[in-house]
Design a protein around this ligand. Structure first.
Ligand code: SF4
Ligand code: SF4
Length: 244
């Protein structure tokens, strides 16, 4: 993780506190430049990720989760990373490492994902979970952030990866990753917190919700042309407008 500014540290900590104590307000996102804007989003997302990790740890118990960095049997299925999580990922990780992994992994992922994208998105929007389950079985290309079987953005991985966990032997995940997932009781609380954070960021940057908070990165990838690294950057810049 790259080092953070004093302002980012304040936002990260205040976000975590506000999510643990819902009566508290989320911190104001102050920024003068695009770099500061990305830093604010990143800090808020890091506060949120810490909240997610703490919910999971509290429920599952320390040491009971068998997931670790380097275990990746569950990384070859559709992964939804919100565009704000992508901003945070690029801002707080070593960008070169992440974009290199992404550039290498993107073509296979793109080939596999593109034909299914319209159906997948429709099923998601209409809450047709059985259909979604069938569709996802066809999406087996490795996540574009996976590099040499290791997550290139593990500390900044998205919420879906933080809540997709197992308490059983990793061997079982290798046999059938989707059947081994532990269903978390804190899922609703985590999703409420997620929506709260996304709304707050969208409000702060005056982004219409349809264009920002609920736009998943896989969909954003497909809306621009270009090589993988540029695509990732364009996908982000397309959806974030620095309006102040
Ligand atoms: S869910 Fe299974 S495959 Fe995924 S990280 Fe955890 S133990 Fe590994
Ligand atoms: S972001 Fe990382 S942990 Fe999540 S699916 Fe991709 S490689 Fe796996």
């Amino acid at each position: 993780m790259v080092s953070e500014t004093r302002q980012e540290r304040i936002i990260r900590k205040a976000t975590f506190t506000a999510l643990v104590t819902p009566a508290d307000e989320l911190p104001e996102l102050l920024f003068e430049t695009p770099e500061e804007a990305a830093g604010s989003i990143s800090a808020m997302m890091q506060g949120f990720w810490k909240y997610v990790d703490s919910c999971v740890e509290r429920e599952v118990g320390q040491g009971k989760q068998t997931c670790v960095k380097g275990c990746s049997h569950c990384c070859s299925q559709p992964i939804f990373m919100d565009v704000f999580e992508a901003v945070a990922c690029l801002h707080c990780m070593d960008t070169e490492q992440v974009t290199t992994a992404f550039a290498e992994g993107f073509p296979a992922w793109h080939t596999n994902f593109t034909p299914q994208q319209p159906l997948l998105w429709k099923a998601l929007q209409e809450d047709r979970w059985d259909e979604l389950g069938e569709l996802t079985k066809k999406l087996t290309a490795p996540c574009p952030f996976l590099h040499d079987n290791e997550c290139s953005c593990y500390e900044a991985r998205p919420m879906v990866c933080r809540t997709w966990i197992s308490t059983k032997f990793r061997f079982w995940c290798r046999l059938n990753p989707s059947s081994i997932k532990y269903s978390l009781q804190c899922q609703d609380a985590v999703h409420d917190a997620y929506n709260r954070v996304l709304l707050h960021i969208a409000d702060s940057f005056e982004i219409p919700l349809a264009a920002g908070g609920w736009t998943t990165l896989p969909l954003a990838y497909n809306s621009v042309e270009g090589c993988a690294v540029e695509l990732l950057k364009h996908a982000i810049s397309k959806h974030i407008t620095y309006s102040r």
